[in-house]
Design a protein around this ligand. Sequence first.
Ligand code: SAH
Length: 348
Amino acid sequence: MHVEIDLTGRRVVVLGHAGAARRIVTRYRVAGAAVERFDTLTAMTGGLEGVTLVVEVQGAGTEASGRGDDAGGVLRQRCLEAGALLTREPAGRDTGHVSLVGGGPGAPGLLTLDAAAALRDADVVLHDRLGPTDALTDLAPSAELIDVGKLPGHHRVPQSGINALLVEHALAGRHVVRLKGGDPFVFGRGSEELAACLEARIPCTVLPGISSSIAVPAAAGIPVTHRGVSHLFTVVSGHVPLTDEEHLHLAGLGGTIVVLMGVSTLPQLVAGLGRAGMRPDMPVAVVERGYSTSQRTTSGTLSTIVTAAGAARCQSPAVLVIGEVVRVGLQLQGSAAHLARLTESLAS
Ligand code: SAH
């Protein structure tokens, strides 16, 4: 039998333990009811007067918490007297949830407080090779850690597989953290993972992170903007070479260009920007493995950087910075080094 009742503002009592009853309570709340939950009928402080509906959650352990054989009869009788409807619903399993977490560029100190809290609470962490992966056993002590990391060109777990894992673990009632390097919505396919969760009706929270597009230049001392030098920066994916129209627009903007995933397409980018009229002496920096002990900056100009990066065997992961701000960064570093030497000589 299917009966429709408008429950807006009506009192609904749910009998069952919190975990087992959570989804049912949420469903009635969403329907506008004033929901109260009790472990058992005897746990109810008041009577059933004014209650429209009593929902007994089956398999929720109500029997185990002292309900005798005739308790079903007592409940039926009490509902009848109070004029309340009685229904029974299976407990079902509690759905877990997914946190799509931006882990920042790799240093644990650059995680947000919310990201650290999500990791502490996680049952499962799906991570890849970027972000604060080394510190995960400390950051997520009670979680199963699953590496779905992709090496450039080798998709270790395909995106559809990652989406399926997220959904599968959440449906099993777990708190799943999908930890992504930098920010989840900057070239991270985070929006696809969010869509997969929403399609499976799994609650998903997105926690932004510090993107490597800003943090990695900063690690090398390069500001992406500097008053009087550059008042804009564009973040581009170098995963596939840009079109000539894109080169024209980028060169025409006259601001800082930050490229992620751009090591292998650097020659095409440099040639394209040159064709688009960018000055050959425009400063360029390649910052590899930001925030790691092997962080390294290779710098040059539009006309020299391909040779310099080749000679230095620059590799992914690296952030490329093209623009006058690179010179500002080098000058700042020069001043910092000068200051350090000065302090040292004064101290000795
Ligand atoms: N969502 C990420 C970017 C993912 S694309 C973010 O917001 O940072 C992956 C690319 O990010 C890498 O190829 C590299 O270009 C860059 N990257 C991320 N972390 C980096 C790091 N610690 N050092 C250098 N480059 C990094």
